[in-house]
Design a protein around this ligand. Structure first.
Ligand code: AMP
Length: 403
């Protein structure tokens, strides 16, 4: 693998990646950076955790470095790069990456997202920023408010494009694209490529270079997939048991609904497990606090819905647990993208009730195309006396069994 020096990056960017302790580019960076520097449009198959943010942020910063100005005049800092992201959390992380990578360059960046007061964002935008990271809805609020101008935009990035479509942002994205100058570079990053993404890519991208660092719908290779068969009404008990017996200190648990997430976090707390929930009904401040506590190790379990989990950059998360089976293969891939990151191994544990088996089979093909799949016997693998008890009850055909 090449080093960052061989990718043609300028000294202030090389210094920034050194400051961050990166010694070599990740595969997506190695492939994307020269293409983006050459001005190509790009369609990149890469999920969060692959280093995709630097793959677009470094060459974008390099492209605008010659235009950097130390003037305080807002007119000297027009929006030149626009990055659209599906969730506030991802937008915040991407903006933080731009700041980290651009810290030796006088380029400005900021982030706007919904759920918080607009005034602070308006003030930042009025000062002028070269790189604007935004969630689509809030960006359109600023357009309406005339606090943002797009006439100097030369690069558009759609980050986690598949999730933006899942979240119904396509009409907003189209409205935004219609406001941009026609001559521009377009970079589309997506973990998966369902048909709608391919259709969007055809209208958006001009002669794009295509790169893929994870094959279509294939999850991170370093993840072991474990399935625990369990009766629906025993899932919470088994979850608490797994967490307690294995001493799990930082585990992300997925539920299908916001109400389910709240309820599960509450029940885990009753079991004396520090747990919190993160989902779309929470305020931005609550979401940030929950994420900060989880990252700091104050809460051991974060219960999340799919939407809320997007783009969460929690490095080295050893386990994710699917309390509810995800609705689609894309969701499964995204969920497990939280583990097995940055070269570390991870484990994706799914608690599967008999009635979930069919949907799970659609999501995790038994042909091994997702990687190794271990069908755990929840009972013996955990050496769980209580579970043995439940299993023996099951064998006797009584209620309260695990399966
Ligand atoms: P991303 O996929 O952009 O969300 O990046 C995932 C994580 O990998 C982030 O925490 C980055 O700081 C980190 N990262 C990105 N590029 C590299 C690299 N070349 N070497 C080591 N870590 C990296």
């Amino acid at each position: 693998m090449s080093s960052f020096d061989q990718l043609g990056l300028i000294a202030p960017l090389l210094q920034a990646v050194r400051d961050l302790g990166y010694d070599k580019p990740t595969p997506v960076q190695e492939q994307a950076i020269p293409l983006v520097l050459a001005g190509r449009d790009l369609m990149a198959g890469a999920q969060t955790g692959t280093g995709k943010t630097a793959a677009f942020a470094l060459p974008i910063l390099q492209r605008f470095a010659p235009l950097a100005s130390s003037s305080t005049s807002p007119a000297r800092h027009p929006v030149r790069a626009l990055v659209l992201a599906p969730t506030r959390e991802l937008a915040v992380q991407v903006a933080a990456s731009f700041r980290d990578y651009g810290k030796h360059l006088p380029l400005r960046s900021t982030v706007v997202y919904g759920g918080v007061d607009m005034n602070a964002q308006i003030a930042e935008l009025r000062r002028g920023v070269e790189v604007l990271v935004a969630t689509p809805g809030r960006l359109l609020d600023h357009v309406q408010n005339k606090t943002v101008m797009f006439n100097q935009v030369q690069v558009l990035v759609l980050d986690e494009a598949d999730r933006m479509l899942d979240m119904g942002f396509l009409p907003d994205i189209k409205r935004i694209i219609a406001l941009l100058p026609k001559e521009r570079q377009n970079l589309l990053f997506s973990a998966t490529f369902p048909d709608e993404i391919r259709t969007l890519a055809k209208t958006l991208l001009r002669n794009p270079a295509e790169i893929t660092v994870t094959p279509r719908n294939v999850a991170a290779e370093l993840v072991t997939h474990v399935v625990h068969p369990v009766a629906r009404e025993k899932k919470r008990e088994l979850l608490a048991y797994i967490i307690q017996t294995r001493g799990l200190k930082q585990v992300l648990v997925f539920t299908g609904t916001r109400i389910g997430a709240n309820r599960l976090a509450h029940q885990l707390r009753l079991d004396h497990i520090q747990a919190d929930a993160i989902h779309g009904d929470k305020t931005q401040a609550e979401r940030e606090a929950a994420l900060a506590d989880f990252k700091a190790g104050k809460t051991a379990v974060l219960v999340a819905t799919d939407v809320a989990s997007r783009g969460l950059d929690i490095e080295g998360l050893p386990q994710v647990i699917n309390f509810d089976v995800p609705r689609s293969p894309e969701d499964y891939v995204h969920r497990i993208g939280r583990t097995g990151r940055a070269g570390l191994t991870g484990e994706a544990i799914s608690l599967v009730a008999p009635e979930d088996m069919e949907s799970l089979a659609a999501i995790i093909p038994p042909d091994g195309s997702l990687g190794d799949l271990a069908l755990e016997d929840s009972i013996t693998s955990l050496r769980c006396r209580k579970c043995f008890w439940m299993r023996s009850q099951n064998a006797a055909g009584e209620e309260g069994s695990l399966m």
